[in-house]
Design a protein around this ligand. Structure first.
Ligand code: GLN
Length: 627
């Protein structure tokens, strides 16, 4: 096994995850099998309890692991399926060491950070790196390890501006020490360190400044890690003299200094690495030159160019709670993008805070209310993603009602499906007090109920998590057709409540026009709903976004986008070949021209100005992280 460690320096939000994933893509394109590990030095055992508002979405794996969203990047870029152990946290490591100590495995020794925690980290990496993740047997050739956090920024000065050692530095220390030992343990030729850094440009003189990178590399070396390759984020390509300077002061050959300049979409990053021969540099360090072939990135090249050439928009209103941080729904956004590219449309996502659609906002903040409804009414399709808690639920119900009544394509995911069922029961079946017991435990008409797989009384670990099977009850429905007329699908879940339809009421629901087209193996859990008479109104209890891939868009997202741009009928004729419903010739207009929408907002970014993947810069999502 060969290891590529990716660290980050100077500032956070450099796009280390995307860079590490892209390194994986290029190595895979060289014919190597690649896996990945993400290290998050925080104390949480997993990302399950972390707020999406603070930390971005919780990504869910097949095995039910609730992990950092960077694992989503790896899965999408490398088309692999990771396990929860591929995300290492301080919490997990300490828990494993403490469990061992309680079992008496340390034979009376004093248990310490060095060597016990550092050994546990190294053993964990070696154990997980050999788990096959690409559907083939046997271990991968290369494991890309991304170390979360920043090295050498505050470490160098030891203190941040407040004179306090940065929390992240303290948390990272055991991992840095362990990785230093690990590089020695696996030996030269098996370990390559790529340090992602920043080369800022001073706007006054336009000069590319190397000092932050120099400091960061010095910090890294001081901690026992020697970079083999520097990947420098900068707005423009690094000047040769700047590379020379970095080479001289950081002791890295100029040929191993790669520029990660701004690009129009992230699918260019693997191409950027390939063009600068980053793969050659990595393969040389890893002694893999004889094994690997020249990278074949035709598919990535075509997709990156195609994405740049799209200008005909499809506008999707995303009605949710965490609309301020686009990372909160990162996989949903990506899945929409994959589907839009397949339909040859430029994706425009309008983030609509659901509370703004509610009547109370009409009184308290009429402008916000008007803006939210304008966005909803201007959308080609509406998506209500997953969510927890009752804030903004009424707004989501109004959005589902609007989509149902006005024949606007709708995709409801998890909570978005539960909302649609409640709305249908209230408006169409006249069951005014229909509700979820999550929002009203005493509701007289519970149509969404607490339905854990395990204990009903115990609140911890009651989430239905990970891959579960859904069987199609009906073959003649849009969902089944979009999935290619299969009899079942395996998708990932993350929920406690479930739309439950009283068996006596099923007939009533169905005669009122709501079809339960997919159920679990017991037939008790409603997994997919559809309104057959509507152009596209689909709700799913699972999260199809987690399995969408750039070249393989998720079926139901494809349905939403196709229906939002009038392509659904053509798609349903040939659902197994997503792109075949589009005329082969695509627009050759490679220039993006901002379009002004009736509501006066360019590209529909009326709410929080979040740059879309298509027209934004690499990483530039307004938050500086994870585009
Ligand atoms: N809050 C709902 C539940 O727990 C929906 C969860 C979700 O949307 N992921 O069932």
């Amino acid at each position: 096994m060969k290891y590529v460690l990716v660290t980050g320096g100077v500032v956070s939000g450099l796009g280390k995850g995307v860079t590490a994933s892209s390194i994986g893509v290029v190595l895979k394109a060289c014919g190597l099998r690649v896996t990945s590990i993400k290290i998050d030095p925080y104390l949480n055992t997993d990302a399950g309890t972390m707020s999406p508002f603070e930390h971005g979405e919780v990504f869910v794996l097949d095995d039910g692991g609730e992990v950092d969203l960077d694992l989503g990047n790896y899965e999408r870029f490398l088309d692999i399926k990771l396990t929860c152990d591929n995300n290492i946290t301080t919490g997990k490591i300490y828990q494993s060491v403490i469990n061992k100590e309680r079992r008496g495995d340390y034979l009376g020794k004093t248990v310490q950070v060095v060597p016990h925690i550092t050994d546990a980290i190294q053993e964990w990496i070696e154990r997980v790196a050999v788990i096959p993740v690409d559907g083939k047997e046997g271990p991968a050739d290369v494991c890309v390890i991304e170390l979360g956090g920043t090295i050498g920024a505050t470490i160098f000065s030891r203190h941040n501006n407040n004179g306090i050692l940065d929390a992240g530095d303290i948390e990272s220390m055991p991992f840095i020490e362990a990785l230093g030992q690990f590089s020695y343990r696996v030996g030269p030729g098996n370990f390559c360190l790529v340090h992602v850094s920043l080369v800022p440009v001073l706007s006054v003189v336009g000069e590319q400044k190397t000092k932050p990178t120099q400091h960061s590399v010095r910090g890294l070396r001081g901690l026992g890690l020697t970079p083999n390759i520097l990947a420098c984020r900068s707005t423009k390509v690094l000047n040769e003299n700047v590379k020379e300077k970095l080479s001289q002061f950081c002791h890295v050959p100029a040929s191993n200094i790669i520029t990660l300049n701004d690009v129009t979409n992230i699918w260019h990053i693997p191409l950027l690495l390939r063009d600068q021969k980053a793969h050659d540099a990595i393969l040389k360090v890893l002694n893999l030159q004889g094994v690997a072939r020249e990278p074949d990135l035709d598919e990535w090249t075509n997709r990156a160019k195609l994405c740049d050439s799209l200008h005909d928009p499809v506008r999707i209103a995303m009605v949710g709670k965490y609309t301020g941080l686009s990372d909160s729904y990162l996989s949903v956004w990506k899945a929409l993008l994959h589907a839009s590219v397949a339909c040859r449309k430029k994706l425009v996502v309008d983030w609509v805070p659901s509370t703004d659609l509610e009547d109370t906002t009409a009184k308290e903040a009429p402008d916000a209310y008007k803006a939210a409804w304008n966005l909803l009414k201007g959308a080609d399709g509406i998506l209500v993603p997953g969510g927890f808690g009752d804030r903004g639920v009424q707004g989501k119900i109004l959005a589902a009602k609007y989509a149902r009544e006005k024949n606007v394509p709708y995709l409801g995911i998890c909570l978005g499906m539960q909302i649609a069922v409640i709305e249908f029961a209230r408006s169409v079946m006249n069951l005014q007090d229909a509700n979820s017991t999550e929002f009203d435990p005493d509701t007289r008409t519970p149509c969404v109920v607490f339905m854990p797989e395990g204990s009903k009384t115990h609140m911890g670990a009651t989430m239905r998590l990970g891959s579960r099977r859904t069987y199609f009850e009906v073959t003649d429905c849009k969902a089944a057709k979009l999935y290619g007329n299969v009899s079942y699908v395996d998708e990932r879940h993350r929920h406690r409540y479930e739309s439950q339809v009283n068996p006596d009421m099923v007939a009533k629901f169905e005669s009122a026009g709501l079809a339960f087209v997919g159920k679990d193996e017991t037939g008790k859990r409603m997994e997919i709903i559809e309104l057959p008479a509507h152009p596209y109104f689909v709700g799913v209890q699972f999260h199809p976004e987690f399995k969408s891939r750039p070249g393989k868009p998720s079926a139901l997202f494809l349905g939403l986008i196709a229906s939002s741009c009038g392509q659904l009928d053509a798609l349903l004729q040939n659902p197994s070949q997503p792109n075949k419903h589009i005329p082969a010739k695509i627009s050759s207009n490679g220039v993006f021209s901002p379009k002004v929408y009736p509501n006066g907002h360019q590209n529909g970014h009326a709410y929080k100005p979040v740059k879309s993947l298509v027209n934004g810069n690499y990483y530039a999502n307004g938050n500086g992280v994870h585009v």
